[in-house]
Design a protein. Sequence first.
Length: 392
Amino acid sequence: MDGEVCIIGGGAAGLMCAMTAARRGRRVRVIEHARQVGRKILMSGGGRCNFTNLYTAPDNFLSANPHFCKSALARYSQWDFIALVEQHGIAYHEKEAGQLFCDESSKEIVRMLLAECAEAGVEIVTGCAVLAVRASGSGFTLQTARGPLDCGRLVLASGGLSIPKMGATGFAYEIAQQFGHALEPTRAALVPFTLSGRPLQDWEGLAGLSHPVRVSAGGMSFDGALLLTHRGLSGPAILQISSYWSPGEDLAIDWLPGQDAASALLAAKRGSPAQSLAGWLAAQMPRRLAQRLAELAGAEEAPLAQRRDAELSALGARLNDWRIRPSGTEGYRTAEVTLGGVSTEAVSSTSMESALQPGLHFVGEALDVTGHLGGFNFQWAWASGHAAGQAL
Ligand code: FDA
Protein backbone atom coordinates (compact mmCIF):
# COMPACT_ATOMS: atom_id res chain seq x y z
CA MET A 1 0.00 0.00 0.00
CA ASP A 2 1.56 3.26 -1.09
CA GLY A 3 0.06 5.36 1.69
CA GLU A 4 1.16 2.94 4.35
CA VAL A 5 3.99 3.56 6.80
CA CYS A 6 6.25 0.62 7.60
CA ILE A 7 8.36 0.69 10.71
CA ILE A 8 11.20 -1.81 10.89
CA GLY A 9 11.77 -2.72 14.55
CA GLY A 10 9.31 -3.01 17.41
CA GLY A 11 11.55 -1.55 20.12
CA ALA A 12 11.06 1.61 22.15
CA ALA A 13 11.56 4.02 19.24
CA GLY A 14 9.55 1.97 16.73
CA LEU A 15 6.52 1.60 18.99
CA MET A 16 6.51 5.27 19.98
CA CYS A 17 6.79 6.28 16.34
CA ALA A 18 3.98 3.86 15.38
CA MET A 19 1.49 5.06 17.99
CA THR A 20 2.25 8.73 17.24
CA ALA A 21 1.79 8.35 13.48
CA ALA A 22 -1.30 6.15 13.81
CA ARG A 23 -2.96 8.61 16.19
CA ARG A 24 -2.57 11.16 13.42
CA GLY A 25 -4.51 8.90 11.09
CA ARG A 26 -1.66 7.14 9.28
CA ARG A 27 -1.90 3.46 8.41
CA VAL A 28 1.06 1.97 10.25
CA ARG A 29 2.60 -1.47 10.24
CA VAL A 30 5.47 -2.45 12.57
CA ILE A 31 7.63 -5.35 11.44
CA GLU A 32 9.66 -7.03 14.15
CA HIS A 33 11.87 -10.04 13.63
CA ALA A 34 11.76 -11.26 17.21
CA ARG A 35 8.70 -13.16 18.40
CA GLN A 36 7.91 -10.39 20.84
CA VAL A 37 8.17 -6.59 20.63
CA GLY A 38 10.02 -4.49 23.22
CA ARG A 39 12.42 -7.14 24.44
CA LYS A 40 15.04 -4.62 25.53
CA ILE A 41 12.41 -2.67 27.42
CA LEU A 42 11.49 -5.88 29.24
CA MET A 43 15.07 -6.61 30.32
CA SER A 44 15.96 -3.00 31.09
CA GLY A 45 16.56 -1.50 34.49
CA GLY A 46 16.84 -4.94 36.11
CA GLY A 47 13.24 -5.71 34.98
CA ARG A 48 11.87 -2.36 36.16
CA CYS A 49 12.79 -0.19 33.13
CA ASN A 50 14.51 3.08 33.89
CA PHE A 51 12.19 4.73 31.38
CA THR A 52 13.40 8.33 31.56
CA ASN A 53 15.37 10.81 33.61
CA LEU A 54 13.97 13.92 35.28
CA TYR A 55 17.08 15.87 34.32
CA THR A 56 17.26 14.95 30.64
CA ALA A 57 19.19 17.62 28.74
CA PRO A 58 21.17 17.62 25.49
CA ASP A 59 24.48 17.35 27.31
CA ASN A 60 23.51 13.84 28.48
CA PHE A 61 24.05 12.64 24.91
CA LEU A 62 27.10 11.85 22.75
CA SER A 63 26.99 12.47 19.02
CA ALA A 64 29.31 13.82 16.33
CA ASN A 65 26.74 16.65 16.19
CA PRO A 66 25.80 17.48 19.81
CA HIS A 67 23.03 19.84 18.59
CA PHE A 68 21.14 17.18 16.65
CA CYS A 69 19.19 15.77 19.61
CA LYS A 70 17.97 19.15 20.90
CA SER A 71 14.86 19.68 18.80
CA ALA A 72 13.35 16.22 19.34
CA LEU A 73 14.15 16.23 23.08
CA ALA A 74 12.50 19.64 23.44
CA ARG A 75 9.39 18.63 21.52
CA TYR A 76 8.86 15.36 23.38
CA SER A 77 10.37 15.72 26.81
CA GLN A 78 10.68 13.52 29.87
CA TRP A 79 7.53 15.29 31.15
CA ASP A 80 5.54 14.12 28.14
CA PHE A 81 6.55 10.52 28.71
CA ILE A 82 5.89 10.78 32.45
CA ALA A 83 2.41 12.12 31.65
CA LEU A 84 1.78 9.08 29.42
CA VAL A 85 2.98 6.71 32.16
CA GLU A 86 0.69 8.42 34.68
CA GLN A 87 -2.25 8.36 32.28
CA HIS A 88 -1.84 4.55 32.20
CA GLY A 89 -1.74 4.36 35.97
CA ILE A 90 1.78 2.95 36.11
CA ALA A 91 3.36 3.49 39.50
CA TYR A 92 6.99 4.66 39.44
CA HIS A 93 9.69 6.05 41.66
CA GLU A 94 12.92 8.00 41.42
CA LYS A 95 15.82 5.74 42.29
CA GLU A 96 18.63 8.28 42.23
CA ALA A 97 19.79 11.25 40.17
CA GLY A 98 16.44 11.67 38.43
CA GLN A 99 16.27 8.05 37.22
CA LEU A 100 12.63 6.95 37.03
CA PHE A 101 11.79 3.24 37.34
CA CYS A 102 8.51 1.30 37.37
CA ASP A 103 7.54 0.20 40.88
CA GLU A 104 6.40 -3.16 39.52
CA SER A 105 7.74 -4.26 36.16
CA SER A 106 9.02 -3.21 32.73
CA LYS A 107 6.14 -5.22 31.33
CA GLU A 108 3.88 -2.30 32.18
CA ILE A 109 5.74 -0.03 29.78
CA VAL A 110 5.45 -2.57 26.94
CA ARG A 111 1.77 -3.08 27.75
CA MET A 112 1.22 0.68 27.70
CA LEU A 113 2.88 1.06 24.29
CA LEU A 114 0.93 -1.90 22.91
CA ALA A 115 -2.34 -0.51 24.25
CA GLU A 116 -1.62 2.86 22.62
CA CYS A 117 -0.74 1.14 19.34
CA ALA A 118 -3.86 -1.04 19.44
CA GLU A 119 -6.11 1.92 20.15
CA ALA A 120 -4.63 3.85 17.25
CA GLY A 121 -4.95 0.86 14.93
CA VAL A 122 -1.27 -0.03 14.43
CA GLU A 123 -0.71 -3.45 12.87
CA ILE A 124 2.17 -5.30 14.52
CA VAL A 125 3.79 -8.22 12.73
CA THR A 126 6.23 -10.22 14.86
CA GLY A 127 8.56 -13.07 13.89
CA CYS A 128 9.19 -11.44 10.51
CA ALA A 129 12.67 -10.18 9.61
CA VAL A 130 13.09 -7.52 6.96
CA LEU A 131 15.89 -8.78 4.75
CA ALA A 132 16.29 -6.02 2.18
CA VAL A 133 14.84 -2.67 1.15
CA ARG A 134 14.72 -0.96 -2.21
CA ALA A 135 13.20 2.30 -3.36
CA SER A 136 10.25 1.73 -5.66
CA GLY A 137 8.04 4.13 -7.68
CA SER A 138 6.33 5.99 -4.87
CA GLY A 139 7.96 4.52 -1.83
CA PHE A 140 9.77 1.35 -0.84
CA THR A 141 9.56 -2.39 -1.37
CA LEU A 142 10.67 -4.50 1.53
CA GLN A 143 11.81 -8.04 1.15
CA THR A 144 10.64 -9.77 4.32
CA ALA A 145 10.84 -13.32 5.57
CA ARG A 146 7.15 -13.56 4.58
CA GLY A 147 7.45 -12.10 1.12
CA PRO A 148 7.52 -8.62 -0.43
CA LEU A 149 5.77 -5.63 1.07
CA ASP A 150 5.23 -2.14 -0.36
CA CYS A 151 4.95 1.05 1.67
CA GLY A 152 4.95 4.76 1.01
CA ARG A 153 7.17 5.71 3.93
CA LEU A 154 9.71 3.72 5.85
CA VAL A 155 11.11 4.14 9.35
CA LEU A 156 14.27 2.33 10.38
CA ALA A 157 13.85 1.68 14.09
CA SER A 158 15.95 -1.46 14.16
CA GLY A 159 18.37 -0.28 16.85
CA GLY A 160 22.12 -0.81 17.23
CA LEU A 161 24.44 -3.74 17.74
CA SER A 162 24.21 -4.24 21.48
CA ILE A 163 23.05 -7.66 22.70
CA PRO A 164 22.76 -9.70 19.49
CA LYS A 165 21.04 -12.42 21.57
CA MET A 166 18.13 -9.98 22.00
CA GLY A 167 17.74 -9.53 18.23
CA ALA A 168 20.18 -6.67 17.60
CA THR A 169 21.34 -6.40 14.00
CA GLY A 170 23.32 -3.90 11.95
CA PHE A 171 20.38 -3.68 9.54
CA ALA A 172 19.81 0.07 9.92
CA TYR A 173 23.47 0.73 9.09
CA GLU A 174 23.30 -1.46 6.00
CA ILE A 175 20.22 0.30 4.66
CA ALA A 176 21.56 3.75 5.57
CA GLN A 177 24.72 3.08 3.57
CA GLN A 178 22.71 1.68 0.69
CA PHE A 179 20.96 5.06 0.43
CA GLY A 180 24.24 6.99 0.66
CA HIS A 181 24.31 7.84 4.38
CA ALA A 182 27.63 7.93 6.21
CA LEU A 183 28.16 6.00 9.45
CA GLU A 184 29.95 7.22 12.55
CA PRO A 185 32.23 4.42 13.76
CA THR A 186 30.35 2.11 16.11
CA ARG A 187 31.52 0.56 19.36
CA ALA A 188 30.07 -0.97 22.50
CA ALA A 189 29.19 1.60 25.18
CA LEU A 190 27.75 1.53 28.71
CA VAL A 191 29.76 -1.64 29.01
CA PRO A 192 32.05 -3.21 31.68
CA PHE A 193 35.82 -3.21 31.18
CA THR A 194 37.98 -6.31 31.04
CA LEU A 195 41.46 -6.46 32.60
CA SER A 196 44.23 -8.91 31.85
CA GLY A 197 47.72 -9.79 33.10
CA ARG A 198 49.04 -7.72 35.99
CA PRO A 199 46.06 -5.31 36.22
CA LEU A 200 43.73 -8.32 36.57
CA GLN A 201 45.95 -9.96 39.23
CA ASP A 202 46.05 -6.70 41.20
CA TRP A 203 42.34 -7.03 42.07
CA GLU A 204 42.14 -10.82 42.34
CA GLY A 205 39.85 -12.10 45.07
CA LEU A 206 37.91 -8.83 45.39
CA ALA A 207 35.12 -9.56 42.89
CA GLY A 208 31.81 -8.26 44.20
CA LEU A 209 33.28 -5.34 46.15
CA SER A 210 31.86 -1.95 45.28
CA HIS A 211 32.93 1.55 46.28
CA PRO A 212 31.92 5.10 45.25
CA VAL A 213 34.65 6.68 43.12
CA ARG A 214 35.17 9.38 40.54
CA VAL A 215 36.48 7.90 37.30
CA SER A 216 37.92 9.91 34.43
CA ALA A 217 38.91 9.20 30.82
CA GLY A 218 38.64 10.94 27.46
CA GLY A 219 38.24 14.33 29.12
CA MET A 220 35.13 13.31 31.08
CA SER A 221 34.54 12.28 34.71
CA PHE A 222 31.71 10.45 36.45
CA ASP A 223 30.95 9.92 40.13
CA GLY A 224 29.34 6.67 41.15
CA ALA A 225 29.97 3.12 42.23
CA LEU A 226 32.83 1.05 40.86
CA LEU A 227 32.28 -2.70 41.08
CA LEU A 228 35.19 -5.12 40.93
CA THR A 229 34.31 -8.23 38.90
CA HIS A 230 36.02 -11.54 38.11
CA ARG A 231 36.99 -10.18 34.70
CA GLY A 232 37.53 -6.50 35.38
CA LEU A 233 35.53 -3.42 36.33
CA SER A 234 31.84 -2.60 36.24
CA GLY A 235 29.30 -0.50 38.15
CA PRO A 236 27.51 2.71 37.12
CA ALA A 237 30.55 5.02 37.05
CA ILE A 238 32.49 2.51 34.95
CA LEU A 239 29.64 1.98 32.48
CA GLN A 240 29.32 5.74 32.08
CA ILE A 241 33.00 6.32 31.40
CA SER A 242 33.12 3.46 28.86
CA SER A 243 31.36 5.79 26.39
CA TYR A 244 34.32 8.20 26.57
CA TRP A 245 37.24 5.75 26.85
CA SER A 246 39.51 4.88 23.93
CA PRO A 247 41.44 1.60 23.68
CA GLY A 248 44.95 1.93 25.12
CA GLU A 249 43.90 4.74 27.48
CA ASP A 250 44.22 4.59 31.28
CA LEU A 251 41.24 5.10 33.56
CA ALA A 252 42.03 7.59 36.33
CA ILE A 253 40.26 6.50 39.49
CA ASP A 254 39.81 8.74 42.48
CA TRP A 255 39.21 6.33 45.37
CA LEU A 256 38.41 9.20 47.72
CA PRO A 257 36.34 11.65 45.66
CA GLY A 258 35.87 15.08 47.14
CA GLN A 259 38.81 14.60 49.46
CA ASP A 260 42.39 15.83 49.05
CA ALA A 261 43.93 12.55 50.20
CA ALA A 262 47.44 14.01 50.57
CA SER A 263 46.28 16.68 53.06
CA ALA A 264 43.98 14.21 54.79
CA LEU A 265 46.87 11.74 55.28
CA LEU A 266 49.15 14.43 56.69
CA ALA A 267 46.39 15.43 59.11
CA ALA A 268 45.87 11.76 60.03
CA LYS A 269 49.61 11.38 60.71
CA ARG A 270 49.36 14.17 63.26
CA GLY A 271 45.99 13.11 64.70
CA SER A 272 46.45 9.31 64.96
CA PRO A 273 50.09 8.55 64.15
CA ALA A 274 49.86 4.86 65.08
CA GLN A 275 47.43 3.89 62.36
CA SER A 276 48.54 2.37 59.06
CA LEU A 277 47.52 3.48 55.60
CA ALA A 278 45.30 0.37 55.33
CA GLY A 279 43.67 1.21 58.67
CA TRP A 280 43.09 4.80 57.62
CA LEU A 281 41.56 3.71 54.32
CA ALA A 282 39.44 1.03 55.98
CA ALA A 283 37.51 3.74 57.79
CA GLN A 284 36.34 4.95 54.38
CA MET A 285 35.86 1.82 52.27
CA PRO A 286 35.52 -1.97 52.53
CA ARG A 287 38.42 -3.33 54.58
CA ARG A 288 39.63 -5.78 51.91
CA LEU A 289 39.74 -3.03 49.31
CA ALA A 290 41.58 -0.74 51.73
CA GLN A 291 44.17 -3.46 52.39
CA ARG A 292 44.66 -4.15 48.70
CA LEU A 293 45.12 -0.47 47.84
CA ALA A 294 47.67 -0.08 50.63
CA GLU A 295 49.47 -3.24 49.45
CA LEU A 296 49.54 -2.08 45.83
CA ALA A 297 50.81 1.31 46.98
CA GLY A 298 53.58 -0.51 48.93
CA ALA A 299 52.44 0.98 52.24
CA GLU A 300 50.44 -1.69 54.03
CA GLU A 301 51.67 -2.08 57.58
CA ALA A 302 53.87 0.73 58.90
CA PRO A 303 52.24 3.40 61.10
CA LEU A 304 51.69 6.74 59.42
CA ALA A 305 54.11 8.29 61.92
CA GLN A 306 57.00 6.36 60.31
CA ARG A 307 56.33 7.81 56.86
CA ARG A 308 57.84 11.04 55.67
CA ASP A 309 55.40 13.81 54.76
CA ALA A 310 56.55 13.72 51.13
CA GLU A 311 55.86 9.99 51.00
CA LEU A 312 52.33 10.50 52.42
CA SER A 313 51.67 13.31 49.95
CA ALA A 314 52.66 11.02 47.07
CA LEU A 315 50.46 8.19 48.43
CA GLY A 316 47.55 10.61 48.76
CA ALA A 317 48.04 11.91 45.23
CA ARG A 318 48.03 8.33 43.95
CA LEU A 319 44.79 7.52 45.78
CA ASN A 320 43.15 10.49 44.07
CA ASP A 321 44.55 9.56 40.66
CA TRP A 322 44.95 5.76 40.51
CA ARG A 323 45.69 4.50 37.02
CA ILE A 324 44.23 1.30 35.61
CA ARG A 325 44.56 0.35 31.96
CA PRO A 326 41.71 -1.87 30.73
CA SER A 327 42.56 -4.47 28.12
CA GLY A 328 39.18 -3.90 26.49
CA THR A 329 35.45 -4.06 27.13
CA GLU A 330 32.95 -6.90 27.36
CA GLY A 331 31.74 -5.80 23.91
CA TYR A 332 28.28 -5.93 22.36
CA ARG A 333 27.45 -9.12 24.27
CA THR A 334 26.69 -7.07 27.39
CA ALA A 335 26.80 -3.42 26.24
CA GLU A 336 23.64 -1.44 26.93
CA VAL A 337 24.07 0.68 23.82
CA THR A 338 26.03 1.22 20.63
CA LEU A 339 28.05 4.39 20.31
CA GLY A 340 28.04 5.92 16.82
CA GLY A 341 25.75 4.73 14.04
CA VAL A 342 23.91 6.46 11.21
CA SER A 343 25.48 9.90 10.85
CA THR A 344 23.05 12.70 11.64
CA GLU A 345 24.62 14.83 8.89
CA ALA A 346 22.00 13.97 6.26
CA VAL A 347 19.06 13.45 8.65
CA SER A 348 16.57 16.15 9.64
CA SER A 349 16.64 16.84 13.38
CA THR A 350 12.93 17.71 13.36
CA SER A 351 11.46 14.88 11.26
CA MET A 352 14.30 12.32 11.40
CA GLU A 353 13.87 12.08 7.63
CA SER A 354 16.75 11.35 5.29
CA ALA A 355 17.93 14.26 3.18
CA LEU A 356 19.11 11.73 0.61
CA GLN A 357 16.03 9.54 0.23
CA PRO A 358 12.63 11.20 0.74
CA GLY A 359 10.26 9.12 2.85
CA LEU A 360 13.02 7.30 4.72
CA HIS A 361 13.37 8.03 8.46
CA PHE A 362 15.79 6.85 11.15
CA VAL A 363 14.94 6.79 14.86
CA GLY A 364 16.34 5.57 18.17
CA GLU A 365 19.65 3.90 18.77
CA ALA A 366 20.33 3.36 15.06
CA LEU A 367 21.24 7.04 14.86
CA ASP A 368 24.51 8.48 16.12
CA VAL A 369 22.97 9.69 19.39
CA THR A 370 23.94 7.86 22.57
CA GLY A 371 22.74 8.74 26.03
CA HIS A 372 24.43 8.46 29.38
CA LEU A 373 23.31 5.75 31.77
CA GLY A 374 20.14 6.63 33.71
CA GLY A 375 17.08 6.56 31.43
CA PHE A 376 18.48 8.89 28.76
CA ASN A 377 18.61 6.27 26.01
CA PHE A 378 14.93 5.49 26.34
CA GLN A 379 14.14 9.20 26.39
CA TRP A 380 15.99 9.52 23.09
CA ALA A 381 14.01 6.56 21.69
CA TRP A 382 10.69 8.18 22.78
CA ALA A 383 11.68 11.66 21.54
CA SER A 384 13.09 10.62 18.16
CA GLY A 385 10.22 8.15 17.59
CA HIS A 386 7.74 10.88 18.39
CA ALA A 387 9.48 13.39 16.07
CA ALA A 388 9.29 10.97 13.14
CA GLY A 389 5.73 9.96 14.06
CA GLN A 390 4.65 13.61 13.91
CA ALA A 391 6.24 14.08 10.51
CA LEU A 392 5.08 10.94 8.72
P1 FDA B 1 15.80 -1.56 20.11
O1 FDA B 1 17.07 -2.33 20.03
O2 FDA B 1 15.10 -1.50 21.42
O3 FDA B 1 14.75 -2.12 19.05
C1 FDA B 1 15.12 -2.50 17.75
C2 FDA B 1 14.20 -3.60 17.31
O4 FDA B 1 14.43 -3.89 15.93
C3 FDA B 1 14.46 -4.89 18.07
O5 FDA B 1 13.25 -5.34 18.62
C4 FDA B 1 15.01 -5.86 17.01
O6 FDA B 1 14.62 -7.18 17.24
C5 FDA B 1 14.38 -5.29 15.74
N1 FDA B 1 15.12 -5.59 14.49
C6 FDA B 1 16.44 -5.50 14.26
N2 FDA B 1 16.71 -5.83 12.99
C7 FDA B 1 15.53 -6.14 12.39
C8 FDA B 1 15.16 -6.55 11.08
N3 FDA B 1 16.07 -6.72 10.10
N4 FDA B 1 13.85 -6.81 10.81
C9 FDA B 1 12.90 -6.64 11.78
N5 FDA B 1 13.19 -6.26 13.05
C10 FDA B 1 14.50 -5.98 13.35
N6 FDA B 1 18.08 2.50 28.42
C11 FDA B 1 17.48 3.30 29.32
O7 FDA B 1 17.20 4.46 29.02
N7 FDA B 1 17.14 2.79 30.56
C12 FDA B 1 17.42 1.52 30.94
O8 FDA B 1 17.05 1.07 32.03
C13 FDA B 1 18.10 0.69 30.00
N8 FDA B 1 18.47 -0.58 30.34
C14 FDA B 1 19.05 -1.39 29.41
C15 FDA B 1 19.41 -2.70 29.78
C16 FDA B 1 19.98 -3.53 28.84
C17 FDA B 1 20.41 -4.90 29.24
C18 FDA B 1 20.21 -3.06 27.51
C19 FDA B 1 20.79 -3.95 26.45
C20 FDA B 1 19.88 -1.76 27.17
C21 FDA B 1 19.31 -0.91 28.10
N9 FDA B 1 18.99 0.42 27.78
C22 FDA B 1 18.39 1.21 28.73
C23 FDA B 1 19.18 0.95 26.42
C24 FDA B 1 17.85 0.88 25.64
O9 FDA B 1 17.33 -0.42 25.77
C25 FDA B 1 18.05 1.20 24.17
O10 FDA B 1 18.71 2.44 24.04
C26 FDA B 1 16.71 1.27 23.45
O11 FDA B 1 16.05 0.02 23.58
C27 FDA B 1 16.87 1.60 21.99
O12 FDA B 1 15.60 1.56 21.39
P2 FDA B 1 15.43 1.30 19.83
O13 FDA B 1 13.95 1.15 19.62
O14 FDA B 1 16.16 2.30 19.06
O15 FDA B 1 16.14 -0.10 19.56
